[in-house]
Design a binder for this molecule. Structure first.
Ligand SMILES: Cc1cc2nc3c(=O)[nH]c(=O)nc-3n(C[C@H](O)[C@H](O)[C@H](O)COP(=O)(O)OP(=O)(O)OC[C@H]3O[C@@H](n4cnc5c(N)ncnc54)[C@H](O)[C@@H]3O)c2cc1C
Length: 471
């Protein structure tokens, strides 16, 4: 029988042992620190840990995990805490293991177009450092200014560029991890092809800190594209905007971003960042933000013209072509800050639905119909080119009973619709703590058993992020 780690297992003796490993300074038990690490960006959930540990090396993590494993002390790994599914919430108390001090970019290998980095590097810091050398690491979550690359690996994060360049899993070549039992391993090799045994690297990507702690990361890179062009297309119907998405790809274009924003999403963001860069006509219901990139400006101009011709067939308004870098930056800022803007407006539940691209209009209509039936308002936006629609359900005036009770029926209906459309319940934000109760909509008993058996092999005492993804 597997016993789950419990909060009570941590004693002052263990705290003293942690201090011997890390030094006093990096073992924190004061109220303020425990509060600061009790939440991530998921709704308004708080679970204080018993202690916050800030190791610097894989060896220190190994020593910590050996103690926790022997004593069945729960351990929650944490990156920057920007997660939206509660993966970094220490809901069982115990140890909160922060990777924030592991923040060095170790080696940029220009010859092989690779970078080796520690997990606590902020994604945008890594991207900018690479860009200076003409190198491109495309996965760009909208939170890239604050999230860590280790968190991105653990969530298999995406972002606007995923539509052309793929998500994190497409760039990870090799990982150093510390197993819950304390062993330190590399999962693969620093090569572009690898047909040698099971793919442990990809098993760790997206495993949400439940199988091991990622301590070094080797990523594949691309040359940085020389040019990009950006346009904002208003639509009188949100469903039409969604229908235009698949039509653009069917016509042979591969934009480097294809973002959908319902009217509310853009309005909230514009107010939040105090921007008047976009004047939205009264009859506009949604926008597509479309980017193309590459090395040949003539080709990009032709692509933009071709895409403009296609969207015209979907009853769009006047297209805004960003004609300078400042305008591009302003439009991107608006898009990237929608999540924060919605949160500033009201607490919300984030559903990270994803369906085959051409099903997006059906999904959007279904979400709105379900909302009407159950009496909730949602703000929808997301990476439309990937069929990935973020449904932000606004708490607004919903009562405690509605918010934590009957709303669940509506969410289940949304997820059942997603499944019928051939999609799944998370495209990039993960399952963590808050989506695990819906896993049985997507997976049957056999699939769940396989996942649980894998977890047991990696973590026999169930200490590492126990109760995340599944119970
Ligand atoms: C405004 C906003 C916009 C966002 N936009 C996007 C987006 O466009 N695309 C997208 O995919 N996500 C997006 N996110 C979600 C979030 O930023 C990502 O999931 C991100 O990858 C989390 O990184 P983090 O460092 O904050 O990880 P955390 O939130 O700290 O942790 C996430 C998970 O990873 C685990 N973990 C962290 N580090 C390690 C490690 N070194 N080893 C093992 N496990 C670890 C944690 O235990 C947890 O389960 C957004 C979030 C916000 C708030």
């Amino acid at each position: 029988m597997v016993t789950t780690a419990t909060k009570t297992a941590l004693t002052s003796r263990h705290i003293e042992d942690f201090k011997k490993i890390l030094g006093e300074r990096y073992v924190l038990i004061d109220e303020e620190t425990l509060h600061n690490y009790s939440h991530d960006e998921t709704e308004d959930l708080h679970f204080p840990p018993d202690v916050v540990l800030k190791p610097r090396t894989a060896e220190e993590i190994s020593a910590i995990l050996r103690i926790c494993d022997q004593n069945k002390i729960p351990v929650t790994p944490r990156g920057a805490g920007t997660g939206l599914s509660g993966g970094a919430l220490p809901h069982l108390g115990g140890v909160l293991l922060s990777t924030e001090r592991m923040n060095s970019i170790l080696h940029i290998d220009h010859e092989n177009l690779q970078v080796t980095t520690e997990p606590g590097v902020i994604t945008e810091v890594l991207q900018l450092e690479l860009k200076e050398k003409g190198l491109f690491y495309p996965p760009d979550p909208s939170s890239r200014g604050s999230c860590f690359i280790g968190g991105n690996i653990s969530e298999n994060s995406g972002g606007p560029k995923a539509v052309k360049y793929g998500v994190v899993k497409d760039y990870v070549l090799n990982l150093q991890i510390v197993l819950p039992t304390g062993e330190i391993i590399w999962t693969g090799a620093n090569v572009l092809k690898n047909a040698t045994g099971y793919n442990l690297t990809q098993l760790i990507v997206g495993s949400e800190g439940t199988l091991g702690i990622v301590t070094k990361i080797v990523l594949k890179l691309l040359p940085f594209p020389k040019h990009d062009l950006l346009m904002l297309v208003p639509f009188r119907s949100a469903e039409n905007a969604c229908s235009a998405v698949a039509a653009i790809f069917r016509a042979g274009y591969v934009p480097s971003a294809m973002e959908f924003m319902e009217r509310d999403a853009l309005d909230f963001a514009a107010r939040y960042i105090e921007s008047n860069a976009v004047i939205v006509e009264d009859d506009v219901q949604a926008h597509l933000l479309i980017e193309v990139d590459g090395n040949n400006m003539d080709v990009l101009m032709q692509d933009m013209e071709g895409i403009a011709g296609i969207v015209a067939g979907f009853d769009c308004g006047e297209i805004l072509f960003a004609d300078n870098e400042q305008q591009k930056a302003e439009l991107w800022k608006m898009r990237r800050r929608i999540g924060e803007a919605v949160k500033a407006h009201s607490i919300y539940k984030e559903e990270d639905t994803v369906v085959p691209r051409a099903e997006l209009p059906v999904l959007l209509k279904g979400v709105k119909d379900i909302g009407k039936k159950h009496g909730f308002h949602s703000v929808c936006y997301g990476h439309a080119g990937d069929g990935n629609l973020h449904v932000n359900i606004i708490r607004g005036n919903l009562t405690e009973e509605q918010w934590n009770g009957s709303l669940k029926e509506g969410i289940i209906e949304i997820f059942e619709l997603v499944k019928r459309l051939g999609g799944t319940i998370s495209g990039e934000h993960g399952i963590g703590l808050v989506q695990k109760e819906y896993m049985n909509i997507i997976f049957d008993d056999t699939q769940m058993r396989l996942m649980k058996e894998i977890k047991k092999i990696f973590d026999p005492n169930n200490i590492l992020n126990a109760g995340k993804i599944f119970d």
